[in-house]
Design a binder for this molecule. Structure first.
Ligand code: DLL
Length: 438
């Protein structure tokens, strides 16, 4: 048991007070956005809603939703709610301008974001005696910077490893005695395997806990990782649009992630109708950022399907809990931690002179995602020599890597060999069991 908190007043606040606080913040935030973000003001005007109409939390239902399409429309600066001079950083997701999300931060935004990550670290038992190895990617991706900041705030000795180079990860982990590991669950599983291959037993490392997120993972995978590393594995959730990791985090109960409700207001809606569903229903998660200054999205549709539940938690936190995401209401895939849309793949094919006849095959082999794309050759290329075909595959792979940020294996196949479908084309074959089916 490690019943302590990073910010106890917030994390254990009575529910009535949370609601009051959210209501106050919501009113202010709607005013801030209305006054500073023309894009959203136009949406509100079109719906006939003014900031004065938002008096209670329930009034949030009157506000328009935002989606990734809105972010695309408003790219790059259209959602910015402060002067550029007040912004100190961006973070971003991979992809083309169309699907890329660029989020802006003031110093205060970064501070509150890092607080959220610090809460997650303390919730798994972290304190200033810990050695926290962060192997989420650093750079534009939010994982590395977010957990790095949280780890500093807690006062852990922070190992800013970034992702990859497993040999070096293991060396630092063992030599410096890392006690907390932060990375994607698939990378954690891979590190576990690599340790075993090198003859290490779970008790040979000093790790006690892991903070794993950025992609869906199952309870089975949790058990595997816990066993192979000899640790407790905790979930963490977030998205670039809401700052990054730390929107919600698991406590020692490991039964869902507490949402940092002093900073985020969560709703569950019916993805078809947009209707707000009662607590306990399964639906699409929608967030309103209550404190963000530079990039304050209101009613942002995450496309993640999950359930919210407010129940007494043995950890003493009063924040509502979200289940692990159970699926998506769009076609986004998360491959090796990177968000990938089939439409991006299609765009690369078309830009490179191929017809949009393709199939994406994703699987998880030895806890690592495999990513293959079968693409039909053009009829005129069919007579090419194997050497030129290999060259074309390589070129297409490079173009994909530039667009997506990860490398698929490209297989050029004979024309007319990918089955034409009569209804909706089956473009994606995802063999992973990444979502819990419960
Ligand atoms: O993945 C932020 C993050 C970094 C979260 C590190 C946790 C740890 P994006 O790249 O914008 O941001 O992707 C956000 O990833 O809408 C979910 O679909 C998915 N996702 C994030 N965390 C989890 C999780 C980061 N714990 C998208 N379980 C989200 C399942 C997750 N899916």
């Amino acid at each position: 048991m490690h019943n302590h908190y990073y910010q106890p007043e917030a994390e254990t606040m009575p529910v009535e007070n949370i609601k009051k606080l959210q209501e106050e913040k919501l009113k202010k935030q709607v005013r801030h956005v209305y006054d500073n973000v023309k894009y959203y003001r136009d949406l509100m005007d079109a719906k006939g809603v003014t900031p004065d109409d938002i008096r209670t939390l329930d009034d949030i239902k009157k506000l328009p939703f935002l989606t990734k399409d809105d972010l695309r429309e408003a790219y790059p600066y259209g959602m910015l709610a402060t002067d550029l001079k007040d912004c100190v950083r961006i973070q971003s997701t991979s992809g083309t301008t169309g699907k890329r999300v660029v989020a802006f931060y003031t110093q205060n935004d970064i501070d509150l974001w890092e607080d959220c990550c610090a809460r997650a670290i303390v919730a798994v038992g972290g304190d200033e005696n810990d050695v926290c190895q962060v192997c989420y990617g650093y750079g534009l991706f939010t994982g590395g910077p977010g957990l790095n900041g949280g780890s500093h705030k807690v006062g852990c000795l922070t190992l800013p490893m970034s992702s990859g180079n497993t040999e070096r990860q293991i060396q630092f982990m063992m030599d410096l005695g890392a006690t907390i590991l932060c990375c994607t669950p698939s990378y954690a599983a891979y590190i576990g395997e690599s340790l075993k291959e090198r003859g290490y037993k779970p008790e040979d490392n000093k790790l006690k806990a892991g903070i794993f997120g950025a992609e869906p993972w199952t309870e089975e995978m949790r058990r595997d990782i816990e066993k192979s590393l000899g640790i407790k594995a905790y979930d963490i959730y977030g998205l670039t649009e809401t700052s990054g990791p730390g929107v919600s985090f698991e406590c020692e109960e490991q039964t869902g992630m507490h949402i940092n409700e002093d900073h985020f207001y969560a709703e569950i809606i019916d993805p078809e109708t947009g209707e707000v569903l009662p607590e306990g229903s399964k639906g699409e998660l929608v967030f309103t950022a209550l404190d963000k200054e530079a990039f304050p999205l209101l009613r942002y549709r995450t496309r993640d399907i999950c359930v919210l539940k407010r129940e007494k938690c043995s950890c003493g936190r009063t924040f509502i809990k979200m289940s692990k995401p159970m699926g998506r209401s769009d076609d986004m895939m998360i491959i090796r931690g990177v968000n990938v849309f089939p439409s991006q793949i299609e765009a690369v094919l078309l830009n490179n002179g191929y017809a949009p006849n393709y199939q994406i095959i994703v699987d998880r082999v030895n806890n690592t995602d495999t990513f293959d794309i079968n693409v039909e050759m053009l009829p005129e290329d069919f007579s090419d020599t194997p050497k030129t075909i290999t060259k074309k595959e390589k070129d297409l792979q490079n173009a994909m890597k530039t667009m997506l940020g990860i490398n698929p294996a490209i297989h050029l196949v004979a024309p007319k060999t990918i089955a034409r479908s009569e209804g909706k084309a089956v473009r994606v074959i995802d063999k992973r069991k990444s979502y819990d089916t419960k």
